[in-house]
Design a protein around this ligand. Structure first.
Ligand SMILES: O=P(O)(O)OC[C@H]1O[C@](O)(CO)[C@@H](O)[C@@H]1O
Length: 545
């Protein structure tokens, strides 16, 4: 069954949300907290190791009621069934969207075009596990008989961002293997990585769903050439593996068939870290912990699929984001993890969220007249506090933010962790409360200032507050909680795409630039001058001299 084509702005709930926004937009969160002593209890949820506090949002019971009605009118529940059931919800590419199957309990079955895909998933998981163990244990060795010490993941976009984000996030759990990532076609990237490597003890994993991506093929060839200056052609078999849906292309690269890991077209690149695309993750943390990552995601899948909207974390976060994006006109959202380990999470989510929901055409093929995909950005706290928090606190833009923190520190350092978490709690409190002119005056007077000197300073020191945040407080950063966290955002993307009436699982918008880069390269190869606009023409002339 195709996804419904419901214009969200035509729903009853949308109209009511507009009116409700008009009525409530000037309310201050500080007052909402004063009026309702139970606000924090009312707008928070406990699920497994997660505690979500969404009380510091500019909402009341009616806002939530209407947002849930909006989801209902957009047939969210039926869409969730279609998503998990393997319906062709990626309609423009004629594919199902089944990253959830990659972490499903494989003792069951899920048939797609007559094939039990869970059986296939289980087979590839076994292959990943055996391969990772043989490299980690030193059973598989390099061409001179030495055990591997380094692994290089060669891929870009979804074939890089997930593995790099997770291996960084779970560095605490990693083994002796040093992980490296080469993604950019900029030769400086690959050359800087190669400088650190010993060909005798380095294993390379080429990851590309299509195996046609310019960047990945260029980097893989450069690395192969470098490798062959130290080793023989036959040694490629013991130093390279590949992950792809395009098995033919891999053969021509010279990779040994038992080092080829399949993936499937029902897994989108940006949702693929759970598949063999996560091979470098399994190598870095071992297959058991990779399995824990999948378990966390599976538990979040079950929560999302089976929990009523009112207690459903991904649904609530998605609806709150729609509230700010479509009614308050907020254009961006910040994601601020309070752990250095998650420093690549915002970059990872940028692809997940912006490549999925950056669409201006609805499911009926018509331009939308409302905002879709939010712009995502962020950096870990506390570094971000000393960088861009000024603008969130006192700038002119409304920037809703997700604060992600952990109760326990992995290194058991209470001193650092308490300092970190004091900042974590203080920031959301400050963003919500602000500081009014009376408080500012009192503070300045206490410092001995008075008269004009005091009054001149007051406006600069006032914080309006009323800045919305979600707080996700998780027990501990583990493979399992990370898996659940990533799956949470995947489902948030899904819910928003359904309500915005767009297709979240294609990415046609990245093609034009690729095509034009290809034309320019062909023109250069043929020493021809192409047909470009005058600006591009001049730039090309300056570049070529
Ligand atoms: O895995 P591949 O096929 O090399 O693609 C890499 C990336 O390129 C894109 O197709 C577009 O940038 C992403 O969706 C994908 O993750």
């Amino acid at each position: 069954m195709p996804l419904p084509k419901i214009d969200p702005t035509g729903t009853k709930a949308w109209k009511q949300l507009r009116e409700h926004h008009e009525r409530t937009k000037n309310q201050h969160l500080k007052d909402l907290f004063l009026q309702d002593p139970d606000r924090a209890g009312r707008y928070s949820l406990n699920w497994e190791d997660f505690f979500l506090d969404y009380s510091k949002n500019r909402i009341d019971n009616r806002t939530l009621e209407l947002l849930f009605e909006l989801a209902g009118e957009c047939n969210l529940e039926a869409a969730i069934q279609a998503y998990f059931g393997g319906e062709t919800i990626n309609q423009t590419e004629g594919r199902a969207v089944l990253h959830t199957a990659l972490r499903a309990d494989t003792s069951g079955s899920l048939s797609l075009e007559g094939v039990d895909i869970l059986e296939e998933v289980a087979g590839v998981k076994k292959q990943i596990s055996a391969f990772a163990n043989s490299i980690i244990s030193g059973e598989k060795r390099g061409f001179t008989g030495k055990a591997f010490t380094d692994v290089v993941n060669i891929g870009i976009g979804g074939s890089d961002l997930g593995p790099v984000m997770v291996t960084e996030a779970l560095a605490y759990y990693s083994n002796h293997l040093n992980l490296h990532f080469v993604s950019n076609v900029d030769g400086d990237h690959v050359q800087e990585v190669l400088k650190k490597l010993d060909p005798e003890t380095t294993f390379f994993v080429v990851v590309s769903k299509s195996f046609t991506t310019q960047e990945t093929l260029a980097n893989a060839l450069t690395i192969k050439e470098w490798f062959l200056t130290h080793a023989a052609q036959k040694d490629i078999a013991s130093h390279f593996a590949a992950v792809s849906t395009n098995l033919k292309q891999i053969e021509s690269f010279g990779i040994s068939p038992d080092h080829v890991f399949p993936m499937w077209d029902w897994v989108g690149g940006r949702f693929s870290l759970w598949s063999a695309v996560g091979l470098s993750i399994a190598l870095a943390i071992g297959p058991e912990r990779f399995e824990d990552l999948l378990t966390g995601a599976r538990e979040m899948d079950a929560h999302f699929r089976d929990t009523p909207m009112q207690q459903n974390i991904p649904v609530i976060l998605a609806l709150l984001s729609i509230w700010y994006n479509n009614f308050y006109g907020a254009e961006t959202e910040a994601v601020i993890p309070y752990t250095q380990y998650l420093h690549r999470l915002p970059a990872y989510l940028q692809q997940g969220i912006m490549e999925s929901n950056g669409k201006y055409v609805n499911r009926a093929g018509k331009p939308v007249d409302y905002q879709t995909g939010t712009i995502i950005w962020g950096e870990p706290g506390t570094n971000s506090q000393h960088a861009f928090f000024q603008l969130i606190h006192q700038g002119t833009k409304l920037i809703p933010a997700d604060f992600i923190g952990f109760k326990q520190s992995l290194h058991g350092s209470t001193d650092h962790h308490e300092k970190l978490m004091a900042n974590f709690f203080a920031q959301t409190e400050a963003l919500m409360q602000g500081k009014d002119q009376h408080q500012v005056r009192a503070e300045l007077q206490a410092k001995g200032l008075q008269g004009e000197a005091l009054e001149q300073l007051v406006p600069f020191k006032v914080f309006e507050g009323n800045k919305p945040t979600n707080t996700l407080l998780i027990d501990k950063l583990t493979p399992k909680t990370l898996g659940a966290l990533v799956a949470l955002y995947e489902h948030k993307i899904f819910v928003q795409g359904i309500i915005w009436n767009i297709f979240s699982y294609d990415q046609w918008g990245v093609e034009l630039g690729k095509e034009l880069a290809g034309s320019i390269l062909r023109e250069w190869a043929d020493s021809q001058v192409g047909n470009h606009d005058s600006s591009t023409m001049r730039l090309l002339q300056i570049f070529k001299g």
